[in-house]
Design a protein around this ligand. Structure first.
Ligand code: FEO
Length: 617
């Protein structure tokens, strides 16, 4: 029986899961299975985006037939010819011989190489920038070579702003009923597999991924539909952040990955001693026995951590076999920008350290620390050398060192000492007005009058300012009611029209049209600035806009509202949590996330603050 999911207007997921597969692509263990995603668009024309692996072809065909509800299939878009996504083509053609296959020049060649598609089958060959209108939806083709194969392309659907991203943003692991990443605890349960998938499948091609991100900068994306794993409909900017990191080969975290091979336990002993001394120095560590842990897991860990230690016996006058394979794999995946140390062992003619180093020297921007050379087992003086190495590594780990006040790393409380104000930023796109609350707006020059304004990228106001390059900033006063912060701060313009106010609203009649056509706040504000964006800088979760001020108005002489004043006098005191609740409370708005663990990427659903503003109950 068919098993399909509705994921957006006119769009169905018609893919399937394989939990019996042990090894994906003949290399990667998939203990939690894998999903093969295919999507069916039902517009004036019907469009199927990719097929599936042969292992799940039957249920896929049933899904397509059920999704079409008797209609014919007009287009089959093939983003990637690797057979885990195209093995369904031949069988599909038997059922829908009139379909037009949409490919690019390279994928057309590969399609014939793999499946020998009959010449009678209609084929539409597209290139970068081409588009196809299928009714309400317009499909724009974006070439994405080497993500993962040279023929890969993506489709950007510009009506509902959906990116069909091929292998990009995919993850290992079958879908267990949930199709959207926000239906699960992705950071806790799937991030490791997303990293393992990316680093092993696409890790080598960081430059090409960077090129793709440059193309994506000009697109507004509301949903990402990859070929494996979850569909993303929220936190799109947050989703991209680790991929940007990985593609630049920048470590995610300061800490040490120790990979060791050991025949009789002596090299392992040295690795254990080093790990203990590193932990004594408050440095995070992970350890892998390369003869036990699959290389793909260790490759992923090497992309995660800043420092790598490789420990290997000398074996047949070379590197131990499993370690040699790992290092070969790492070099092949283009690992860069790491600090590296080695432990070698040998009872005679010790050589593994020098050989490991010579292989990794071909990688870019590596910093090499000491190589500790053991003779059969760890002697007292070698134990001292391991302690010294731990100290050297700790000294080169940034952020995690203990300061003179006895603190380690980043003390988030320091950020609460920075003074902030509170402002309403308004924008307009066509006939649609919108606005949001921000806490960072600063005057930076007087002649000409220029300001900076920082806006959260997840807000619609951000996108509108980015697009229209126009905004107004109302400076809020101490008289501003909590309702104003709730209305403009906790709602999204993606869900409601914030200026559709009825007469009973406390904000009704409190706005005026400014000379640039935008709304300014005339009550609960003491000044309004109208301006245009002259430049902007990507600042991770926010964009910093540089504004040239065209007009400035004084509205009242009420004192400005600082963030401290808001917290102490305007924001209601959060209701105390019920006894026995295990979880974390948002310091900003009192929202409680229940559970033992706080997801690293949590965004408070009420006030949109991140994990740094949550404290354990
Ligand atoms: Fe999922 Fe590159 O195929």
């Amino acid at each position: 029986m068919n098993c399909i999911k509705h994921i957006a207007d006119d769009l169905l997921w018609v893919g399937a899961n394989d939990r019996r597969l042990l090894i994906f692509e003949g290399v990667y263990s998939v203990p939690d299975g894998v999903s093969y995603n295919s999507y069916l668009m039902l517009d004036k024309k019907t469009v199927l985006f990719d097929t599936v692996d042969k292992a799940v072809r039957d249920i896929f065909l049933e899904n397509v037939e059920a999704g079409l509800e008797g209609r014919n299939l007009d287009y089959l878009i093939l983003h990637h010819i690797e057979p885990d996504h195209s093995a369904g083509v031949s069988t599909l053609l038997l059922k829908y011989p009139d379909v037009t296959i949409v490919v690019n020049e390279k994928s057309s060649v590969l399609l014939d190489q793999f499946f020998n598609v009959p010449a009678s089958v209609k084929r539409l060959v597209v290139k970068e920038g081409d588009s196809l209108s299928v009714g309400k939806h317009k499909l724009n083709f974006v070439m994405a070579p080497m993500i993962h194969w040279p023929e890969v392309m993506m489709t950007y659907e510009s009506t509902d702003r959906i990116l069909f991203s091929a292998d990009a943003f995919g993850t290992f692991g079958a879908l267990n009923g949930a199709i959207f990443a926000d239906e699960v605890d992705f950071a806790k349960d799937y991030m490791d597999e997303a990293r393992r998938y990316y680093t092993n499948i696409v890790g080598k091609y960081g430059q090409q991924v960077q090129t793709l991100f440059k193309k994506a900068e000009s697109l507004t994306i509301d949903m990402i539909c990859p070929l494996h794993g979850f569909v993303w409909r929220k936190y799109i900017n947050e989703v991209m952040r680790p991929y940007i990191n990985w593609s630049r080969y920048e470590p995610e975290e300061q800490g040490v990955m120790i990979a060791y091979a050991s025949v009789y336990g002596n090299t392992e002993n040295a690795a254990e001693i080093l790990a203990c001394r590193l932990r004594d120095a408050k440095i995070k560590t992970v350890m892998y026995d390369v003869s036990v842990t699959p290389a793909s897991n260790i490759v992923a860990a090497c992309f995660r951590w800043s420092h790598l230690v490789f420990a290997s016996p000398t074996y047949n006058a070379g590197i131990f076999v499993t370690m040699e394979a790992l290092i070969y794999d790492l070099v092949a995946h283009n690992i860069q920008n790491r600090t590296i140390a080695f432990i070698e062992n040998g009872s005679w003619a010790t050589a593994s350290g020098k050989l490991m180093r010579s292989k990794l020297e071909s990688c870019k921007n590596m910093t090499f620390l000491d190589t500790i050379s053991l003779t059969s087992s760890v002697s007292a003086d070698k134990q001292q050398e391991l302690c010294k190495l731990a100290k050297t590594i700790a000294d080169t780990c940034v952020l995690k060192k203990t300061d003179d006040l006895g603190h380690t790393g980043m003390n988030a409380d320091a950020l609460w000492k920075v003074p902030y104000g509170l402002f309403l930023v308004t924008s307009q796109d066509g006939d649609f007005d919108n606005g949001c609350i921000i806490n960072t707006a600063e005057q930076i020059t007087a002649l000409p009058v220029r300001m900076t304004v920082s806006i959260d990228k997840t807000s619609l106001t951000h996108d509108m300012v980015l697009k229209t390059k126009k905004l107004a900033v109302s400076v809020l006063t101490k008289a501003a009611p909590y309702y104003l912060f709730q209305h403009f701060g906790f709602n999204s313009g993606k869900d409601i029209n914030k200026f559709d106010l009825n007469e009973n609203s406390p904000l009704y009649g409190r706005f005026t049209r400014l000379s640039n056509g935008l709304y300014g706040l005339t009550k609960y504000a003491n000044a309004i600035f109208e301006g245009k964006v002259i430049s902007s800088t990507d600042c991770s979760r926010h964009t910093l806009f540089f504004i040239e001020v065209d007009a400035a108005h004084v509205v009242s002489n009420e004192p400005s509202c600082t963030y401290d004043y808001y917290l102490d006098n305007i924001k209601p005191v959060p209701r105390p949590p019920e006894e026995g609740i295990v979880g974390y409370i948002c310091k900003i708005c009192g929202y409680i996330h229940e559970g033992e663990e706080l997801p690293e990427d949590i965004i408070c659903p009420l006030c949109k603050h991140g994990a740094i503003d949550f404290v354990k109950l």
